[in-house]
Design a protein around this ligand. Structure first.
Ligand code: ADP
Ligand code: MG
Length: 567
């Protein structure tokens, strides 16, 4: 193995050569206490930048093992180290054309995520990132490259050594992440779906900024719902415990209903210190659902919600290339249940009204209704399957009949209005009748391997456009509706997992089981083993399944065969 000095000498000697000469720098170069590993060299200055890993021996970084002794702590610590490293390379002065001298470290955001960019274990800390090897036109800038590799990177690396880190901050990231996981575990035991601590700041600066809104009204729990949970590192925390069951969040327009639900939705992830939502914790199997007209639906058992469609369309195995607002929501509910959702979160702002409710007068007028709305399933879902519903609605009082808990928001303050709702229900009884329906019990579907073929003209092609779109092979999958997807890196990982799914999808493995297998894969081997990319972040199974469900080329084993197999 050569030392770093040999690399910088080599780079200087390449000065003025054509870009292809950079190929020679591939390999491992030893610096003091660390290895600089160049795994892939870009072919030209405009291509995806080169893949570099800094691997630091434990004696060198000195980070106490206690901070990465379990999964959650490790996730928090590494998320923090990546941010520190990204900050340290940020100021790197660049020269040259194209992506010359640019250093890309995948870090940041309001949520703490497991990323392929970092790993730590008994022997090493590894940081993976991309570097644009400097050039003018197609000519190697050898001196700049030597400075980048020989000075800039080693110096930035210093920032993550324990001797240079702010210890209390590093600890806080690890402990906060662990406490989030710890509270998530407690939710299940305490029969809660979500917890929102008193004093939390829920609203964000704007639709495009995740920073906490200045001068926001801090969250305060209504006395009847107040619970105190024990943390491992932060003492007891008090706040609102949302019990399992059917919850309606109501209130006038602009009084903060959507903001509360959005905070709960993202409470499935730990948040960074000072985010305001550090202590908003939601069960990991809570899934936000919405209407998405135009999406594809493939082979979903939709009959509990929709039946007797005109022209005899099949709702037992419902397929469409262009779903409506209501069918897309019904499909989303069944799909989420199929892969194990334990709570569904819906906001009237983004849900087709006719899928939520049909009032008494409409029941009289429209006799040939094809839709059984959620209101007729919510109780059944909870009582039979233990699946909770949290619904935001300021519009439909019919839900007061089926709710276990009614929250009322007034000027961003939450009140428990369940008693009042009961009184109103007694005073103004409904003439609405419950509509008979099959229980919303999903049927397993069995994807075929062909669904996960990303090849175009012989090469696998997968790319993402921000958070909004995954292009898999020739198909563009719109992901606007996946509100719990928080990072484009998660979507990149979804792309990699889709490719991996090809191995397991044999037409006898259900979609739900496929999700188990892919999760086990990542648990055992990590994200980087999926694909040698430093820009992957771990998605949840629900977002992964949601992307699969939106593939226009999703191919399933035919239902008759699948049913036989179930028996
Ligand atoms: P709703 O869904 O009830 O119509 P939203 O949740 O959309 O209301 O909130 C309306 C506005 O109030 C948003 O601009 C939001 O940022 C702001 N807001 C929400 N909660 C708070 C709060 N606790 N303090 C200050 N502003 C808030
Ligand atoms: Mg709203």
């Amino acid at each position: 193995m050569n030392d770093l000095r040999a690399l910088t000498d080599l780079l200087e000697s390449l000065d003025g050569r054509s870009y292809g000469a950079y190929k020679q720098i591939k390999g491992t170069w030893m610096g003091p206490g660390f290895a600089l590993i160049i795994d892939h060299v870009q072919p030209d200055p405009f291509a995806t930048p080169s893949l570099v890993c800094l691997r630091v021996a434990r004696e060198t970084h000195g980070i106490p093992a206690e901070l990465w002794s379990n999964r959650a702590r490790k996730k928090g610590l590494l998320d923090y180290l990546l941010r520190v490293f990204a900050g340290a390379v940020e100021a790197c002065p660049g020269v040259g054309s194209g992506r010359s001298c640019e250093i890309f470290v995948d870090a940041g955001g309001a949520e703490i995520l497991e990323r392929s960019a970092a790993d730590i274990g008994e022997n090493y800390l590894s940081l993976r990132f991309r570097v644009g090897m400097p050039a003018r036109g197609r000519t190697v800038l050898g001196k700049a490259a030597a400075r980048l590799m020989g000075e800039v990177l080693p110096q930035a690396l210093n920032a993550v050594y324990w001797s240079n880190l702010p210890h209390s901050v590093a600890r806080e990231w690890a402990y906060l992440t662990e406490d989030h996981a710890h509270l998530q575990d407690q939710l299940k035991e305490s029969g809660l779906v979500a917890f929102v601590a008193d004093g939390s700041i829920l609203p964000r600066e704007s639709g495009v900024s995740a920073r906490p809104l200045a001068n926001a009204v801090p969250f305060a729990s209504p006395a009847g719902l107040r619970v105190t949970l024990e943390t491992l590192h932060h003492g007891p925390v008090s706040g609102m415990g949302l019990p399992a069951g059917v919850t309606v969040i109501s209130g006038g327009g602009f009084h903060g209903k959507t903001t509360l639900l959005e905070a709960i939705e993202l409470g499935v992830y730990p948040h960074v210190p000072d985010d305001g939502r550090e202590w908003v914790v939601t069960r990991s199997d809570a899934v936000k659902l919405r209407s998405e007209d135009g999406r594809a639906v493939t082979g979903v058992y939709l009959t509990p919600f929709i039946h007797d469609l005109p022209l005899g369309a099949d709702t037992e195995f419902f397929t469409t290339a262009d779903a409506s607002g209501s069918t897309s929501l019904a499909a989303a509910i069944m799909e989420a249940l199929e892969v194990g959702a334990g709570a569904i979160l819906i906001d009237e702002d983004t849900a087709a009204t006719n899928m939520l409710v049909r009032d008494a007068r409409m029941q009289r007028l429209v006799e040939r209704e094809t839709i059984v709305p959620l209101i007729d399933h919510a109780r059944e879902l909870y009582e039979r399957a233990g699946v909770s519903t949290i619904l935001v609605t300021g519009g439909s009082g019919d839900y007061l009949d089926v709710a276990d808990l009614v929250l009322l928001l007034e000027e961003y303050r939450v009140m428990d209005a369940t008693e009042r709702a009961r009184a109103i229900v007694a005073e103004l009884p409904l003439s609405r009748t419950g509509e008979p329906a099959a229980p919303a019990r999903p049927r397993d579907r069995y994807p075929l391997a062909a669904s996960f073929d990303a090849r175009r003209r012989g090469r696998e092609k997968v790319s993402v456009r921000g958070l909004r779109e995954l292009v898999f092979g020739g198909q563009a999958v719109n992901t606007d509706g996946l509100e719990q997807l928080v990072s484009p890196s998660q979507l990149r990982a979804v792309g990699a997992l889709l490719k991996r799914a090809r191995r397991y999808a044999d037409g006898r493995t259900s979609l739900c089981r496929l999700m188990d297998k892919l999760e086990e894969d990542v648990d055992t081997n990590g994200l980087y083993a999926l694909e040698a990319s430093p820009e992957l972040a771990r998605p949840r199974r629900f977002e992964l399944a949601a992307v699969i469900n939106r593939l226009r080329k999703l191919r399933l084993r035919q239902p008759s065969a699948a049913l036989k197999n179930d028996e």
